[in-house]
Write a protein that binds this ligand. Sequence first.
Ligand SMILES: [Zn+2]
Length: 342
Amino acid sequence: MAVMRKKYLEVSIKKVPQFQLPYWEIDSGKDGPCFMINAAQHGNEIMGCEVLRRFCPVASEKLERGRILMLPFINPLALKKRRTNIDSLPCKPKTGSKDDMNLAWPGRMEGTEIEQLVFTINKNLLRDVTHNIDMHCLSRINVTCAWPQESKKIMDFARAAALPGMKISSMESASGPITLARFMNSTGRIAFDMEFSGQYLLSEKEISRGLRMLSNCSKYLGIFPGEMEGMEEPVICMNEMIEVKASIDGLFVENGLKPGDFVEKGAMLGTLFSDSTLENEEVRAPAEGFLGSYGCRRRLSDVDLAAMHPYASKGDILAGICSQFTVENETSFAMLQNQKGF
Ligand SMILES: [Zn+2]
């Protein structure tokens, strides 16, 4: 049986109090791949954190070869802000942030706080890693990205995830700063990043999908026993998406569909309700296909949902427990009123 250890990486960053980054290491004691799985590079993308909490005991029981490193909270600085990046603000696009952790690999010792954090993780944990899954969330169907396009090993690893959608980006077309997956791929490792559907929240359906992904990918690597599941399910290609755009200003009223649904050409997608004329405009599918996205959302913006974020600070109220309302309650309330002189 594999050994599970909780470990801490000492992180010393200028302008940030020293802290320890916790992670799990599951070691089979036998040679094999070193599989790193991380979540929450973006602090509001928390689905993968819960996936790892549940996957840890599964991996401890099933790991037969190699090692698994799990970092459920790889960017505690953004997590504590309850936002995408440490400089994110409500309703501001996340693009162009100088503090985007997933655009900071492999980091810099003398860089920003985030670049220093990335540098520390890379220097201390990534050296032996052969495979990586970087878990994100976006308000759309799951996407798997892989670089470079022609690498069959990366594609096969990503296909093993059995996610409902797949988007392929080639190394050549990727320019500018480097994501974790791209950094891993460019240094000869097998890696992809993926998106759960929904930020700021935990969805049981998505978490189950994430657990299946990690078990499947472990089976693909030969470090878990058993057959991969869900490989017969259809996978939507997200590379070429026909965008259906609003023809007028108005409230977009959805027609009860969800990402992943198949629609015929001409199918009713919803109604635009004009705020200037009060007229309705039907929105119909211009072609048949699967819905890769659905609904009018500013999906690349941070939304003002920070107060709804389930990350608890010590002392935060998590629940309130009440007793049944009785005559005694009424009596004591009446007494209280009398005391206050109402
Ligand atoms: Zn992300």
